[in-house]
Design a protein around this ligand. Structure first.
Ligand SMILES: [Zn+2]
Length: 135
């Protein structure tokens, strides 16, 4: 089973971003390495939500480009995409559409970042992914 491995500090950073952007959705790219079933986060990179809204997010192409250049330089790959919801941390229909285009782990914070859940698409099915928090 695929697992998302993330440190407590990184998770706190995502919670802080969520609160900072509230009520709009916060967005971050998670870079690291895949270790068999474990997708290990090494770096959290907050990015601008280019269409600030409590219901959606988007990332400007130039921000994505810069993030990929940085990742390439640092020998890491995109392992996850994070965003926050004001309510339930479940993928919206729009999220599912973009999950098809970005086959990484999607981690969503909900209810004021008090709850985190992670998902992946397997064919047409949405699978919940365990989040392993390291000290
Ligand atoms: Zn969403």
């Amino acid at each position: 089973m695929t697992r998302l491995v993330i440190s407590k500090v990184q998770l706190d950073e995502l919670a802080l971003e969520s609160k900072r952007e509230s009520p709009n959705e916060a967005v971050a790219l998670l870079f690291g390495h895949r270790n068999n079933e474990d997708w290990v986060v090494e770096r959290v990179m907050p990015v601008r939500n280019s269409t600030p809204s409590p219901y959606a997010f988007s990332i400007a192409p130039e921000d994505i480009y810069q993030a990929y250049v940085w990742a390439d330089k640092n020998g890491v790959e995109l392992v996850g995409i994070f965003h926050s919801h004001p309510g339930k941390p479940y993928p919206s229909s729009v999220d599912v559409k973009y999950m098809r285009l970005n086959e990484v782990i999607w981690i969503i914070a909900g209810y004021g970042a008090s709850e985190f859940r992670a998902y992946m698409l397997s064919g047409e099915r949405i699978l919940e992914v365990d989040i392993v928090v390291t000290p």
